[in-house]
Design a protein around this ligand. Structure first.
Ligand code: ZN
Length: 212
């Protein structure tokens, strides 16, 4: 049994009419010095000369790059009561993101479309982008990133429906293996009315440009 099975623990803290949604990280912690040493070893193992002048600063740069890609910015999203009773689709389209494939430690890069049909709570649009970044900055699979974003929204907002669509190019596919340059992988998770109501679903997919 582990107390930190999941790197992200979210809890709801009601604050008057607003809700502050706390996001607490427990397992992030990059050991930069150790990462630098490992990159030096990796260079040597790859037949490179880490002591050469050209590579002198490479271990430090690589370690810093991975640290950045694995460390999301602090994030305290605030949900607001839906006082106006807004019940149309709220959609943040083409949110750019970059994540790291857990199989190859190579980036996959693309856009996320995140939408929901609000019930009692709404979230600022910029927060949707921050939320995607939060889940992207860790070793990931695109499928998991999609469901984590959807599950998070579901838990925090309990909307009438929600959809998350991710389109990304995986460098591990473009640069090696099948070398399908430019091929984009599309993943989606739909909940509630966006899943069950054909009209809402079609509207969402049309707006995201991913309707078939
Ligand atoms: Zn990969």
């Amino acid at each position: 049994m582990s107390a930190v099975a999941h790197p992200l623990l979210e809890e709801l803290t009601p604050l008057g009419s607003r809700r502050k949604l706390e996001v607490v990280d427990r397992s992030y912690g990059v050991d930069l010095a150790r990462a630098e040493r490992a990159v030096t070893d990796l260079l040597a193992a790859l037949g490179q000369d880490p002591s050469s002048e050209q590579l002198a600063d490479t271990p430090r740069r690589v370690a810093a790059s991975y640290a950045e890609l694995l460390t999301p910015a602090p994030f305290t999203p605030t949900a607001f009561p839906n006082d106006e009773g807004y019940d149309e689709l709220i959609l943040a389209k083409a949110i750019p993101f970059a994540s790291l494939c857990q199989h190859h430690l190579l980036p996959f890069v693309g856009v996320a479309h995140v939408g929901y049909l609000p019930a009692d709570r709404i979230l600022g649009l910029s927060k949707l982008a921050r939320m995607v970044e939060r889940f992207a900055r860790r070793l990931q699979l695109q499928e998991r990133l999609t469901t984590q974003a959807a599950d998070w929204l579901q838990t925090q907002l309990e909307p009438k429906g929600l959809g998350v669509v991710l389109e990304a190019e995986h460098l591990c596919m473009s640069l090696r293996g099948v070398q399908a340059s430019g091929a984009r992988t599309v993943t989606s998770t739909l909940h509630g009315r966006l899943r069950t109501d054909p009209r809402s679903r079609q509207e969402f997919l049309a707006l995201t440009g991913t309707a078939t």
